[in-house]
Design a protein around this ligand. Structure first.
Ligand code: SAM
Length: 260
């Protein structure tokens, strides 16, 4: 009787209260697998014991949130897609508007918005304001704000840009203040919080992997509403928007969707 009571539904409800993360919006099978594997590392045999651990131990709680939100990122991730953005997408956006409003949604530890900032600096793209960079996870946002990266993390950054925009600091490289000033980092849950409006370019890449189809469609609709006309949404290399037309979006290149 007890065993059934402390089930998955019970856990996601309690965890939702503790963390404000809504696990009902994620694909159950993948999420359950990830959570169960983490529980095993903690020696917690059931959801009740595991929730006790999460309530008691902030460090385990923090690592668990990191585990389920999976915040791996890279500078200029999928370089060929960045090339399309640089050569086709941004020039077409600049034909519509004099300056650009850009948002990196699910920015993790900052590699994506800093890549954008470098590109904008190098190409002298006019920005309407700071690049907005948001994530659910406070820890990764702290890392992003500090802007300290290992040499390995910089593998995707051309050496000329490393020289220009990073300072060596022991074993690490610190991103320049010039780039930091171009970005506004902010905590935000894409599934619960309201969105700012008027974007020309939104990047939401490798964030929705564990969201249900229904959640994805809702999110893409919110992105479409948050863009100015002709705005472009740039998604991850394993992602696709089904029924884009119903959302007022049109595929303009693989992984890029324009608001009609
Ligand atoms: C794999 S990283 C992607 C980082 C970057 N966009 C990239 O492609 O390299 C996914 C990020 O999405 C964030 N995330 C997951 N669910 C979220 C939500 N509901 N709201 C905001 N961010 C979320 C995670 O915290 C994580 O940092």
């Amino acid at each position: 009787m007890e065993e059934n009571f402390y089930n998955w539904e019970w856990f996601i409800q309690k965890f939702g209260i503790l963390s404000k993360i809504d696990l009902t919006a994620y694909k159950r099978q993948q999420m359950e697998r990830r959570i169960n594997s983490f529980m095993r590392t903690q020696g917690a045999g059931d959801y009740k014991l595991f929730l006790d651990v999460l309530n008691r131990d902030r460090d385990v709680y923090r690592r668990f949130v990191e585990h389920i939100t999976i915040n791996v990122s890279e500078f200029f991730r999928n370089p060929s897609h960045w090339k399309i953005m640089e050569e086709e997408i941004i020039p077409s956006l600049l034909k519509e508007h004099k300056s650009l409003n850009i948002w990196s949604a699910g920015c993790s530890s900052g590699e994506e918005p800093y890549s954008l900032a470098m590109l904008c600096k190098e190409k002298k793209y006019p920005l309407a304001g700071r690049i907005l960079a948001t994530d659910l996870d406070k820890e990764v946002l702290e890392k992003a704000t500090i802007g300290l990266y290992s040499q390995k993390a910089l593998e995707g950054v051309p050496s000329v840009l490393i020289k220009k925009y990073f300072q060596e600091q022991g074993k690490f490289y610190r991103i320049s203040d010039e780039l930091k000033k171009m970005i506004e980092f902010k905590q935000q849950d894409l599934l619960r919080d309201s969105f700012s409006q008027g974007f020309d370019l939104i990047l939401c890449r490798n964030v929705v992997i564990y969201f249900t189809e229904e959640t994805k469609q809702k999110l893409y609709r919110k992105f479409a509403n948050a863009m100015r006309s002709k705005g472009v949404l740039f998604i991850g290399s394993t992602e696709q928007i089904f029924q884009a037309r119903d959302l007022g979006l049109k595929s303009v290149a693989t992984f890029f969707y324009r608001k009609e």
